[in-house]
Structures are given as C-alpha cells and as structure tokens.
Design a protein around this ligand. Structure first.
Ligand SMILES: NC(=O)c1ccc[n+]([C@@H]2O[C@H](COP(=O)([O-])OP(=O)(O)OC[C@H]3O[C@@H](n4cnc5c(N)ncnc54)[C@H](OP(=O)(O)O)[C@@H]3O)[C@@H](O)[C@H]2O)c1
Length: 314
C-alpha cells in the first residue's frame, strides 16, 4: 500500500512510498482510510520523527477487519479514529479499539476527519469546567479548530461564552456558533469568568488567569503563540474574590472514554465543523511546503485507494 513517510530529503519532509500492509493486534481494527485532516500536533511531530515512519494521528475510514477480540465496530462500518501512535497518512492503518468509534453510514468522511483531536479536546475541556449553566466561560483562540468546537459545546451547556479571536472579521461567525461576547484579546474582557479554555498561551494565558473569579480554572490546552508566560508580581496574591484559582495542563491522550466521545460527536449533524477545503492526499507535502495554510477552512485530504499520482520529488 501507499503511505506518506518521513524523509528529510523530500519536499515537506515527506515522500509517498510503498510500505508493508499494517497488521492489527487483537485489540486493534484494520481500517481503509478515507480522509484525514492534519492537526498542529501532527505537523509539530514531523520534526524529530524517525526517518521512514508514517505520520498522522486521526481521520475517518471503513473497517476492513474488526478487532479479533470480537469487540467494537464491524467490517464495513464507517469509523472515525484517533491514532496518537501515528501511522495515519496511509491507504490503510490499524487503530486501537479504545480510539475508534462507529459513525453513521451516511456521514461524510471528510467531515468526520475533522472531529477526532479538535472536537474531543474541546468536549473534554468543557467537561472539566463542570456545570456551566449560566456561567461565564472564556474561549481564547476561538477561531481555531478546537476553539470553534469549544464555543459550540460550552454554549450548548448553557454557558455565557466569551470568545477571543484576533481576527475580528470572524467574530460574527463566532456569535453564530453561540458566543455571547467577542473580543480580539482577553485584555478587553471586563467581567470575570468562571473558567477558561486557552488554545494560544503566552500573554493570553496570563490575561485569562487574571480574569478568573474565585475557584475558577484556566485549561491551558494549546500553545499556538509559542510564547513564554510571565506572570506579574501579585498574580497569585489572592483576596476573597480571587482565592482558589488554578491553571491546569491538558493532554488529550490521557483523557478517558475517547471512543464514547467520538461516537457522540460523529453522530451529531448539528455540530458546525466550518468550511472544509478538501484536497487529494497526493497534495499533502506541497501543502506543508507552502506553509500548511488554512485560508479556505479546515484542510482535509481525501485518500485515493486505487492509485496515487506520485507528487513531483516524492
Ligand atoms: N493538549 C492537547 O492534547 C491538545 C489537543 C488539541 C490541540 N492542542 C493544541 O491546541 C492549539 C490549537 O489547536 P487547533 O487544531 O485548534 O489549531 P488551529 O486550528 O491551527 O488554530 C490555531 C489558532 O491559533 C491562533 N493563533 C496563532 N498564533 C496566535 C497568536 N500569536 N495570537 C493569537 N492567536 C494566535 C490562530 O489565529 P488565526 O486564525 O488568526 O491565525 C488560530 O486561530 C494548538 O497549539 C494545538 O497543538 C493541544
């Protein structure tokens, strides 16, 4: 079968090559991959990946071979999956049962491919903030893939969602997703919040923490700014209105019940995944070389099973 493999000499650091067919363990399913949507983490993981390895975490596909232990989706089921051990940018892959969920047969594979990492991260983060009915929740980096889902899921939970995104042209989109307030930076938010989910880090994380009410938590989910966090003196000096505030780190791979969460999200047609920019998977390396831009929406690669025109230089 064909798979993208890491190759430091190739454009984008990837080459489309013949590789051996994957062999599932008893608790894994063998999937014919239909689509995948690279995450920032996928791209970051390319640096330092062993030469010749197959990158790619999550996506969607059809089960070829169910798990030998008799559990989980059956042959022919459409599934979405999270494969944090990579091996996903391939025509076929194996995925642990605990990271695979059956989806409706008529669900769009491209849509499903956008859900695993971003939507389950948003769901787990919203859950961590506890009961949100009538509470103010700050989402920093609200136009990011995770952020768009966090806005929707927090709003559905009854929160007053305060969405922060630097691109003010997209604030109307965030209001349509359920945000009650929109801001370009957390610094312009004036009222305290019960909790925050931060995809950006750096000064945004510092400002989000300063906005917490007593007992509030910031979930430092992402670090897209790549910037240091410097807390001014006094940030952790509490008074009766600011005691017991916290910042917590987050790693999706250690969150429980991801198969259940993916089944829930995959079966929900009302979840807005935003515009999709669907491309042939043969264009993956070129997209990465060109800066992995998402100008026309979330970039989804559709995997061709029959053949693949090898890109120049691969
Ligand atoms: N801990 C975990 O398990 C986990 C799980 C999932 C994701 N993450 C992390 O969460 C973050 C978001 O992931 P994603 O897939 O949602 O990313 P994404 O869709 O690529 O979005 C990244 C966002 O960051 C914004 N941004 C980048 N630099 C910024 C800056 N200096 N100031 C303000 N905004 C900035 C971008 O704004 P523009 O649109 O304006 O460019 C964009 O909205 C990433 O860091 C990712 O690695 C972590």
């Amino acid at each position: 079968m064909l798979a993208w493999t890491t190759n430091p000499e190739a454009p984008g650091g990837l080459a489309l090559r013949d590789v051996p067919e994957p062999v599932p363990s008893p608790d894994e399913v063998l999937v014919r991959v239909e689509a995948f949507a690279p995450n920032p983490g996928d791209l970051a993981a390319l640096t330092g990946a062993a030469a010749g390895s197959v990158p790619g975490w999550d996506g969607s596909g059809i089960v070829i071979e169910p798990a030998a232990d008799g559990h989980g989706p059956r042959a022919g089921d459409r599934v979405l999956f999270l494969g944090l051990a990579a091996r996903g940018w391939a025509q076929r892959r194996v995925v642990p049962l605990a990271m695979t969920a059956a989806a409706p047969a008529d669900a769009s594979p491209e849509r499903l491919a956008t859900l695993p990492v971003p939507a389950t991260s948003a769901l787990r983060a919203v859950r961590r903030l506890g009961s949100l009915l009538g509470r103010r929740v700050l989402v920093v980096g609200a136009t990011s893939a995770v952020g768009r889902f966090a806005v929707q899921l927090a709003a559905r939970s009854g929160a007053h969602v305060v969405a922060v995104a630097r691109d003010e042209h997209r604030h109307a989109e965030l209001r349509a997703l359920g945000a009650a307030e929109t801001h370009a930076t957390p610094a312009s938010v004036t009222r305290r919040v019960h909790g925050a989910i931060d995809m950006i880090g750096g000064p945004h994380l510092v400002d989000a923490y300063a906005l917490l009410e007593r007992g509030g938590t910031v979930i430092a989910l992402g670090h897209a700014a790549g910037a240091d966090e410097h807390f001014p003196y006094g940030a952790f000096v509490a008074d009766p209105s600011t005691s017991d505030r916290s910042i917590t780190s987050f790693f999706l791979g250690t969150e429980p019940e991801l198969d259940t969460e993916m089944a829930l999200l995959g079966a929900d047609p009302s979840l807005d995944v935003g515009p999709l920019d669907v491309r042939s998977w043969t264009a993956l390396a070129t997209w990465i070389t060109d800066g992995a831009r998402r100008d026309a929406g979330r970039v989804v690669f559709r995997v061709d099973q029959e053949h693949a025109d090898r890109p120049t230089g691969a």
